[in-house]
Design a binder for this molecule. Structure first.
Ligand code: BG6
Length: 296
């Protein structure tokens, strides 16, 4: 299988497929960056722009196993965000992050970056949970900037409603010293305060468990990190909600896969279609949830 994948989609010195603990992994390297992507979930698990420290956080205790979500990286939550609306037995954040995807294309772009396109294959269980004629692709461009374009197409005869997020874990020096800019004045649902609706005043800072869905948020966010001495700019299209999450110490301990003090070194900023920002796709329509990350 690896020989076939490398024969069809490998790019010498740039894209290499290899067997890993939970299936196939892809190593990408070019003049701008290096990255690692798990085929299960089409999940970026590492992205290191040249000359920078790693931008994406991966838990030291991340479990790599078939059908299990990986703690860290940039998981794809789809076709719903959070718990399913009516079926409590369905997996939180949908099934896209725990099923195999197939490779559709790899390409060396003229600007030196590398484009990889993956398509969700689904399983019997996922087809039962989501009996709709939709197609989901993840278009990942690795370079000095990391771009991810989640493309949902509705091939069915009825409208479908999707919720989703790119649940990215960013690596930070010390969460207690980080500030997140770009959400001033935005309303948010505060999950740690019974989903009460509040308004953000100024930048977001972190002093305890934080789990919020910011609404009407379409602009860039910037993670300002004085410890690592860098800012990460997060841009998006096709999303008007932003989830900001850090479980803090107690919850992280209970989760069992965050690694010792891992919560101190991560922040999730998730460009989403969550809460009232779910999207309805008419027959034949497609929706792009596009994000880009860049160190400044
Ligand atoms: C966030 C949610 O997006 O994901 C949190 O807002 C949740 O409530 C977190 O705890 C992690 O989810 P999971 O399913 O990966 O443990």
């Amino acid at each position: 299988m690896m020989e076939e994948l490398n024969g069809r989609f490998g790019i010498e010195g740039q894209v290499v497929f290899r067997a890993g603990p939970s299936g196939v992994f892809v190593d990408v390297e070019n003049d701008g960056a290096r990255a690692m992507i798990a085929l299960q979930g089409a999940q970026v698990v590492d992205w290191v722009p040249r000359g920078e420290a790693p931008v994406i956080w991966l838990s030291r205790d991340a479990k790599f196993a078939e059908g299990k979500s990986i703690r860290g990286g940039a998981p794809v939550c789809w076709p719903w965000f959070g718990p399913h609306r009516s079926e409590l037995s369905f997996p939180a954040h949908g099934f896209a992050r725990t099923v195999p995807w197939e490779v559709i294309e790899t390409r060396a772009l003229a600007d030196g970056s590398t484009r990889l396109i993956f398509r969700l294959k689904g399983t019997e269980a996922s087809r039962t949970q989501w009996p709709h004629a939709t197609q989901l692709e993840n278009h990942i461009t690795v370079g000095k900037t990391l771009e991810v374009d989640l493309v949902t197409r509705n091939f069915g005869n009825e409208s479908v409603t999707i919720g989703q997020a790119l649940h990215t874990y960013f690596s930070v020096g010390d969460i207690r010293k980080v500030s997140l800019h770009g959400l001033d004045g935005r309303p948010y649902l505060d999950k740690v305060d019974g989903f009460s609706r509040k308004i953000q005043g100024g930048e977001v800072t972190f002093a305890g468990e934080t789990d919020r869905i910011y609404l009407d948020s379409t602009g860039d966010c910037i993670i300002a990190d004085p410890v690592l001495g860098r800012s990460i700019r997060i841009a998006k299209r096709g999303s008007a909600s932003t989830v900001v999450w850090n479980p803090w110490d107690e919850k992280a301990d209970k989760m069992g896969d965050m690694g010792e003090n891992g919560w101190l070194e991560m922040l999730c900023v998730e460009n989403a279609n969550a809460a009232d920002d779910v999207r309805s796709l008419a027959p034949g329509a497609e929706h792009h949830l596009w994000v880009s990350y860049r160190v400044e």
